[in-house]
Design a protein around this ligand. Structure first.
Ligand SMILES: Nc1ncnc2c1ncn2[C@@H]1O[C@H](COP(=O)(O)OP(=O)(O)OP(=O)(O)O)[C@@H](O)[C@H]1O
Length: 320
């Protein structure tokens, strides 16, 4: 559904008297298959929005090429636009018009007749739990309602591919989870492809089939959230012993099972293991045999932040 190859965008900016070149995107090369939900994950300034604007034909690339919904973004921008929906960071519903009228106007712009536009607008509002907002002015709605209204605006012409730029930025946790649920259900119902930018790790993790990690204008890696976490770090096993005298014995046991050197903090020993499910039974038996008395044993899945840190040398949380 999306095939981008060496997509790049540079801007010339003035710094005082000097003109400088800013490489917003240096090499966006990736594929997105039909029906996938793919997150484009990276810190602020990584070049996510610029990539999205090139793919949606809002800004031309400086070099490279891409096909979106089977069409070349430079040669056939109109055909691309007809098949995609786009919800920008700031959203599209604003102004003083009533929400229902804004949706219908948007649908008319795409060439729908008024009756079909109205029918679709009502169905989508119902579908996104916004049954009573037709006569409301968008700016009077809550943040979560407004983002759902933005989705309606992006969906009214039934696109095959939906682009979402930071869809849940600024929403509270409940509204974010609610929006993720809607996006997943819409994909099931309409079979559409969703490509979203985000700098939220939990969003990329919970929502997407695949994550493209993007930093400094280029793709770092791409995989499913689970595979990314498996590939980089395995699981983190942490044992806490009761007796300081038993720390060394516990370290020796954990060391045998761990992929790298265990970290010791007081009475806690932490080690990365590749498959906790198969390692744990043996580990507990060996700790027992070594006479180590455990206070606790915890297994933690590495987060996407651990992955980002390993790949880029910086934490996505700090990079924001
Ligand atoms: N029109 C422009 N003129 C000059 N520089 C730009 C322009 N648009 C983007 N940039 C620069 O390109 C880089 C990438 O910006 P972009 O907005 O694509 O990043 P982003 O990953 O989407 O970040 P954010 O999450 O903050 O939107 C930044 O350094 C930005 O300042």
């Amino acid at each position: 559904m999306i095939s981008a190859s060496g997509l790049a965008k540079s801007y010339t900016v003035r710094r005082g008297r000097e003109r400088m070149q800013v490489d917003a995107v240096s090499d966006a090369t990736f594929e997105v298959a039909e029906g996938e939900i793919v997150s484009f994950l990276g810190p602020n300034g990584a070049g996510k929005t610029t990539t999205l604007r090139m793919l949606t034909t809002l800004t031309p690339p400086s070099s490279g090429s891409a096909r979106v919904a089977g069409q070349d973004i430079v040669d056939r921008p109109r055909e691309v636009r007809r098949q995609i929906g786009y919800v920008s960071q700031s959203g599209s519903a604003g102004g003083f018009a009533k929400a229902g009228d804004e949706i219908v106007d948007r649908a008319l712009l795409y060439g729908l007749d008024a009756a079909t536009a109205t029918r679709r607008a009502r169905a989508l509002l119902e579908r996104l739990d916004l049954p009573d907002v037709w006569t409301r002015v968008p700016r009077s709605l809550s943040g979560g309602q407004r983002r759902r209204l933005d989705l309606v605006m992006g969906l009214v012409h039934q696109p095959r591919l939906l682009f979402l730029d930071e869809p849940t930025a600024g929403l509270d946790p409940q509204a974010r989870a609610n929006l993720w649920g809607h996006i997943r259900e819409l994909r099931e119902e309409y079979g559409m492809t969703v490509f979203l930018t985000t700098h939220y790790l939990d969003e990329a993790d919970m929502l997407s089939d695949r994550v493209i990690v993007f930093d400094h204008g280029r793709v770092v890696t791409a995989d499913t959230p689970g595979a990314l976490k498996d590939r980089i770090s395995g699981d983190l096993v942490e044992v806490e012993v009761a007796d300081p005298e038993q720390v060394d014995a516990a370290v020796r046991v954990v060391e045998k099972a761990a992929a790298d050197k265990p970290a010791v903090t007081g009475l806690r020993i932490a080690g990365r293991v590749h498959r906790s499910g198969t390692v744990l039974p043996g580990l507990t038996r060996e700790l027992d045999a070594a006479g180590v008395e455990l206070v606790s044993l915890e297994v933690r899945r590495p987060t996407l932040d651990d992955v980002f840190l390993t790949l880029t040398g910086r934490s996505l949380r700090d990079a924001r």
